[in-house]
Each structure stands twice: as C-alpha cells, then as structure tokens.
Write a new protein. Structure first.
Length: 167
C-alpha cells in the first residue's frame, strides 16, 4: 500500500512557519493534510495533545470522516511542509487506495490507544482509575457517531467520573 506522502504527491506543498495555524479548532474542515517535514503541535481546548513530526502523519481526518468541525488547533512549531487534499471526502470516494490508507491510519491510532488503555487498566486494577479507563474503552468502541457523542458527553459531564467534579 502506498504511503500518504506518495498518494498526496500531486497536490501543492504548503510551507508553514513557526506559529502558523494549519487548522483551527471549530473551523468547518473538509481537507486532509499530510505532513511532509517539520513539527506540528496539536492543541485542543488549550491542552497540548501531541507533537507531530513523522513524515506522512495525517491531519484533519476526524473532521473529514465525521463531517464535523475541526476538533483541535494544529500549528507549526518549526518550519514545516504539508500537502493538503481539498474536498477530501470527495477524493476518498474516488480513490480507493487513499481511502484505505486513511482507514488504516485511523485503525492504527485506535489500536494503539486501546493497547495503551489495556496496559493502564492492568496497572491500575482495583483503583478509582479502573472505572475511568473502562468508560474510556467503552467510548472508544462506540458503534456509531451518535453513540460516541452520547458517551463522550456522559464521560466528561458525569461528576462521579472526575474525583473533583466535571470539567
């Protein structure tokens, strides 16, 4: 299977300088972005989630696949090059190889997250964290976008979930 860098080779390259936003939380989205080189920071609701530096890293897939606004700010930490695939939902419908690569990327992230949660559950067996981790696992394995949204709201608004009350 071809890499995302290879699959996006035909789209123009965009240069980002430190501090430049690639996508902003709340924007409508619709484009997929593939990191070619550089470092990007992902921040949601003021919390840094991760730093991206691996060539081929995909950005914007959640918005495209779910048809929802962008869920996090992604900005350049260093001079970075990205390729952006506009109207990505249409491109995914036309290009089976691209759709399969995006699906594989999303599945890999879910698999990695699930494995981490299993490890954490084992480490915290019998502690308050066990209930939290179980609820996160349940939310991750929701069978539809609607069910995932209900579980997400329950997860973050339930005062029994957080020892100090809801966020």
């Amino acid at each position: 299977m071809a890499s995302l860098v290879h699959l996006a080779a035909q789209v123009p390259t965009r240069i980002l300088h430190p501090g430049d936003l690639l996508v902003a939380e709340g924007d409508t989205g619709g484009d997929l972005h593939v990191l070619i080189e550089g470092v990007l920071v992902v921040e949601r609701d003021g919390v840094v989630l991760t730093t991206l530096s691996q060539p081929g890293t995909l950005v914007g897939e959640m918005s495209v696949l779910l048809g929802k606004p962008i869920s996090a700010d992604v900005k350049a930490q260093s001079v970075s090059r990205v390729r952006s695939i506009p109207n990505a939902a249409d491109e995914l419908k036309k290009d089976a190889e691209l759709a399969l690569r995006v699906a594989a990327t999303v599945a890999t992230r879910l698999d990695t997250t699930s494995a981490l949660l299993v490890d954490l559950s084992r480490e915290h067996a019998g502690h308050h964290e066990q209930g939290i981790l179980g609820r996160i696992m349940t939310a991750l394995h929701a069978t539809s976008p609607e069910a995932a949204e209900v579980q997400r709201r329950d997860l973050f608004n339930d005062p029994t979930f957080w020892p100090r009350g809801p966020m």
